[in-house]
Design a protein around this ligand. Structure first.
Ligand SMILES: Cc1cc2nc3c(=O)[nH]c(=O)nc-3n(C[C@H](O)[C@H](O)[C@H](O)COP(=O)(O)OP(=O)(O)OC[C@H]3O[C@@H](n4cnc5c(N)ncnc54)[C@H](O)[C@@H]3O)c2cc1C
Length: 487
């Protein structure tokens, strides 16, 4: 008899959703293996903003999830806009250039609302994501479609709640326990995991194994191998423990790779951010208000359409684009007209300030003349129409590299510049899973006894990503993996 019904490798959002679902579906002995010590537990989930993107047909569908919302946000249920499945799919297809795996996308989107409801019923408390996706207009809030709720206390709260729920449901958590290798019987069924812990290297046996142990974003050698330059130098926004172990273990026994192995999620972050995520700062090094300003590189030139779309549809590719600039850095320049629109997270940074553009520019490590010329031609091209941060306002600067929306002149002192670099969040390449979250083999058959979820699932994201989808995918496929592993 195996020691465990289900072994879950990893202790982030996906893995803990799997462990809780496995217990719910009748698995008695469920154990979670966490490579990190308790003080560093929880993977990227801990560092996240806790935002969940999910489909809902009517505003009232949110009431059971956040019954108290209007005590904190006036007019919440009136102001949010429904996010039908078709719109979620449209967003996912648009930002991935149509490459998202249609079957996985259907599962992710089709089960998103139901899964958020399930999480809530398990004890994950949600709240309106006011500071992440919303723009304040007077005393009301304009919401970005689909990105309206997050876990209470963001990723820190989400991770803590999942651990509490799992422990309450009788899931055993083994810290400082690294999964090294999958164990198979002679028929190819996965029957356990070789682990390393304080007792040394030994085997744990189970009826089924769920891999929820992240991508390879914290492994510089794999970054160099699959993502190439300049990713070997990227700062890691989250955990240092996601080194591709689960992907390696699965591929070693014949799992089928899937998705974009040269792709990753990466965002503009403070140029002085630490090399790995800071447990207290978490996602506060993000610098996502660039649609309201101008972005220049060390040559003093613009290199990206800052107003291409709302930030939640462009931020996940912009980190890599910045990293590809000379020195891997850039500057976001704003004027006083938009100071109130800068996300609260900018408060963790140290802007360079000046009462003229020239005085700001002279403080930046770049080609000063070229930068001033860039800003002058931007100002000359910027429109005079009505600026509206709540809509794609079409206020464009018609330059060779346009700024398609929100292109106001930079003309009101004081001016500020924030130095940014690109930080890697997670990798897009993964293994192929079927609708039961079983890992598929290179013979296109499920590997018996093996399931995967979270960042390890390949195929959903290519080149870019709509904000809030990583946690949603983790919860959807984690729940499916855990329930099927128990069965
Ligand atoms: C700063 C930041 C902000 C983010 N904000 C958001 C957001 O607001 N919304 C959103 O949707 N997404 C967000 N993301 C992305 C999101 O955090 C990830 O998509 C999600 O956490 C992935 O969940 P996961 O369970 O797959 O992996 P993780 O949460 O990273 O968990 C992986 C786990 O596996 C463990 N592990 C690794 N190797 C082994 C091994 N060999 N043995 C045992 N354990 C192992 C790790 O220690 C960890 O516990 C953010 C990410 C970061 C870094």
């Amino acid at each position: 008899m195996p020691e465990h019904d289900v072994i879950v490798v990893g202790a982030g959002n996906a893995a803990l959703a799997a462990a809780v679902a496995a217990r719910e579906q009748g698995a008695t002995h469920v154990v979670v293996l966490e490579k990190a010590p308790p003080a560093l537990r929880g993977g990227n989930t801990h560092y996240s903003g806790g935002l969940f993107r999910f489909a809902f047909a009517r505003n009232d569908d949110l009431r059971p999830l956040v019954p108290e919302a209007e005590r904190h946000v006036r007019g919440f249920f009136q102001d949010v806009v429904p996010y039908p499945r078709e719109l979620f799919l449209q967003d996912l297809r648009r930002v991935t250039d149509g490459r998202t795996d249609p079957e996985l996308a259907e599962i992710l989107i089709g089960r998103s609302y139901d899964t958020v409801t399930w999480m809530s019923s398990q004890g994950i408390v949600l709240e309106p994501a006011v500071s992440l996706s919303a723009v304040r207009v007077g005393d009301r809030v304009k919401w970005s479609p689909g990105a309206v709720l997050r876990a209470r206390h963001e990723g820190v709260g989400l991770s803590r709640m999942w651990f509490e729920i799992a422990e309450k449901r009788g899931v055993a958590i083994r810290y400082d326990t690294s999964a090294l290798r999958l164990v198979q019987d002679r028929r190819g069924r996965v029957t356990g995991v070789l682990v390393q812990d304080a007792a040394g290297v030994h085997e744990l046996s189970a009826r089924a194994v769920v891999l929820g142990c992240g991508g390879f974003e914290a492994n510089p050698e794999w970054r160099a191998r699959y993502l190439g330059r300049p990713w070997d130098h990227a700062k890691v926004r989250g955990t240092r423990y996601n080194t591709g172990d689960g992907l390696r273990m699965a591929i070693e026994i014949g799992a089928l790779p899937h998705g974009q192995w040269t792709g990753c999620h990466s965002t503009p972050i403070d140029a002085d951010a630490p090399p790995y995520g800071d447990r207290k700062l978490t996602d506060k090094t993000n610098r996502l208000s660039y649609p309201y300003g101008v972005l220049v590189n060390r040559h003093g030139r613009r290199f990206f359409d800052e107003g291409e779309d709302f930030q939640l549809y462009t931020y996940a590719k912009l980190g890599g684009i910045i990293l590809g600039q000379p020195g891997g850095v850039a500057y976001q320049i704003f004027d006083a007209k938009v100071a109130h629109l800068l996300e609260g997270r900018y408060k963790t940074g140290r802007p360079l300030v000046g009462d003229t553009l020239a005085k700001v520019v002279e403080q930046l490590t770049l080609d000063h003349d070229a930068c001033l010329a860039t800003l002058e031609s931007y100002n000359a091209a910027a429109s005079h129409g009505v600026f509206d941060p709540t809509a794609r306002d079409g206020l464009a600067a018609a330059l060779a590299l346009p700024k398609s929306n929100w292109a106001q002149r930079l003309d009101t002192a004081p001016f500020v510049a924030y130095p940014v670099t690109g930080g890697i969040t997670f990798t897009f390449g993964g293994v192929r899973v079927n609708e039961r979250a079983q890992v598929m083999s290179t013979s296109w058959a499920p590997i018996p006894g093996l399931y995967a979820c979270g960042e390890m699932v390949g195929g959903l994201f290519h080149g870019n990503y709509p904000g809030g989808t990583g946690l949603m995918s983790g919860a959807v496929f984690g729940r499916i993996a855990g329930a099927n592993a128990a069965g």
